[in-house]
Write a protein that binds this ligand. Sequence first.
Ligand SMILES: [Zn+2]
Ligand SMILES: [Zn+2]
Ligand SMILES: [Zn+2]
Ligand SMILES: [Zn+2]
Length: 522
Amino acid sequence: MDAPAATRALVPGRGFGLVASRDIAAGETVVRERAVLCGVSEAHRALACARCLATTARGTSSRPPPCPGCGQVLLCASGACARDALGHGPIACAAERLTACASAAERVDRERVRFLAACADLRRDAATAPPPTNPADPLDARRRDAAERLAALDRLCPRADDPADGVPRRDVDAAARLRPTLERAVADATSAPDPRGVVGGPAGFAPAGFAPSSPLAAALASIVGSDAENARLLAKEARNAFGVMAAPEFASPTAEGEAASAASAYAASAVAERSVRGAGLYDLASAVNHACFPNVARFDNFDAAFDDPENGFEARGGVNGGVYAPPDELRLVAVDRVARGEEIVMSYRPVGEPTARRRRGLRRAFGFACACARCALEVGWAREDGTSTGDEDARARARAAATAATAATAATAVTAVSAAAAAAAARDHDDDDDDDAAQLAADEAMDASDASRLARVDAVESARRADRIPGEYAMWFARNECPDPRCGGTLAPPNPKAAHMMCNYCGRKRTDAEFFAALEAG
Ligand SMILES: [Zn+2]
Ligand SMILES: [Zn+2]
Ligand SMILES: [Zn+2]
Ligand SMILES: [Zn+2]
């Protein structure tokens, strides 16, 4: 077994991150791990397995069957699914039944309940773990596994041992609002026999690990978790989960031969964002910090990419006799050589996304202003060109939106209306509000105003701008950006000896011969 390529470490000014513990070759797998937890989105509840997010059972083309306990979600019937092949956790199952009639407005809360109920199932399993464990006992293994997953959740930010890293109000409110549902799910799971029959014998959810003197109510409350605990879990989920896109067949189709302009590429990516099948939380990968030029690309196996020998990933010991890698397995693959001691960084946004949009997205979703070398360069260009940097405050956003509204009046009535609404919304709110629609409209107005400014740039000015791009910068995009401009993915060699690069988002392959031919053609 090789020494681990990277380990968790405190990175000055950036909190915990992952640092290369040895030199890493391009194409090497830096991190390979299974999810701590996966959660299916409401939109894909009837399309993907609720535990592992696969849309087809391994080695077949059939969709996973519905959970026999709740009928609300799908679950793979095979052992290739999640670590737990025994069924839906009884609390998760009860929570699905309780929220089955959620209105459209409650769907986001339903995803939150799904996550908190899965955490409650882990607490329940871990709480019943007797101290001396017997490795031969599958129940012990299950309890240990739950305890390990809870410990992995603890390590994610915001951490309970770092009070300076606060929990957003949105999550505090959600935890309080969802408490009754969660309590009810725990109570329901208590009275119903455990479909897996693994804890506490035939009585199902008998809290076997608790002292008889301990009141049942207290035991149940500790499984529900305190509001503070649950709020923190929701914040961890929001900050660390990796979004998992729809399987190709469910992704929105793009018209054949559609003009591949930047505008259409980002319109397409906005549609794709809505088509997220779920999210996965990981132990090490979630600790990786962001940079706009990443040195690793994240590849996932929800659609069996690692099982296809054509793709060139190193196949090492999967499940089911080593044939298949688990669907929730994630790999961070080195895009380039990484020297020992260098921080492992990945891009939280599509690498080709324009400066302002990318920086706004990072600040809004992750709460930081990116200070990477690429941002420093591009923010400099934006200031020079009078376009937005993504750091504008509410007042500047309102101004841009108002300008766009005026300009749009001549174009289409719809754009004018939405730009005017954005202007009003941006005036009335500061950056802290989470009125997503207003934020989005204001951002679109700013992007439109940048686009119209750029459209007026003449050939001489374009040439001057092209001249200021450093060679390394241009080469990064030529080598590592997916050739499909609608994609936004990053290319990496799937193994150190590969003669091709592969896109981590669309799976497109480009041979080294094709790359050099394209370079020569200019
Ligand atoms: Zn599954
Ligand atoms: Zn169920
Ligand atoms: Zn950056
Ligand atoms: Zn791609």
